[in-house]
Design a protein around this ligand. Sequence first.
Ligand code: NCD
Length: 305
Amino acid sequence: MKPFKGRDIISIRDFSREELIYILKVAQKFEKQNKPVLKGKILSTLFFEPSTRTRLSFESAMNRLGGKVIGFADAAVSSAAKGESLHDTIKVIEGYCDVIVLRHPVEGAARVAAESAGIPVINGGDGANQHPTQTLLDLYTIKKEKGKITGLNVGFIGDLKYGRTVHSLADALSKFNCNLFFISPDSLKMPSDLLEELGERGTKYTETDDLNKVSRYLDVLYATRIQKERFADPIEYERVKHSYVIGPSLLRKTKKDIIIMHPLPRVNEISPNLDKCRQAVYFKQAHNGVMVRKALLALVLGKVK
Ligand code: NCD
């Protein structure tokens, strides 16, 4: 394992299976621990795209561990609106804090920021590309709810083309010998380069547009929002926006102990009637974000060995 102190968290690809397992173990320790190990440290949250969970769970994590937070939640109030480059923004802000969490609409922006910064940069989502901290809380949730990750049958449904949470999580699960089922309309299929990578690693996957064909095999179903803001053509969004709506009736066709996950926010892809079913774990999943982000902050700031 490479040391975590000073490390950037940009893509889930940068982490071995062993490192992923280690982060989950540290997160578990933080379930109950709120010692002020980050006292005197400052986190900057630079959010150039909307966010509720990612930004606030990072803030909660930092506050719980005794650190402080500065930042902005809207690019319109930052100097980016005056035309400042991301490089310049990062060069300035690194002098104000110890670690940066960045969310940006451009794919690769987090990598560019990490190259500019002398302090750790954590990717809070870069366009349709990657969302590694979401993946860690997704893995944490799977491990906690199913007792294991290895060998599970995991279905992804919805917007597999633009969904960065899907891209990151599919990559991580391929390191755990999971069988993947990609369920989407034809126009929102997984990008072919990502499928090629899975193929090269020997990951078994199936693509379909019909959930009914695969629902009985699944241990986990990961539903996603159709990413309206990333469509080049609004007519295409209108065509696919109601593609799948999951409700309690799905559970008649699945294993009894399936878990239904969603990174949230949901629009209409999961009926609120499913919320009370024990299989629906998406709110617990969102809460797990705090533990995982406590672990990541403590690790990159060198407060955990
Ligand atoms: C996701 C994101 O931003 O990619 N949200 C999140 O971080 N929980 C999913 C989404 O926006 O649909």
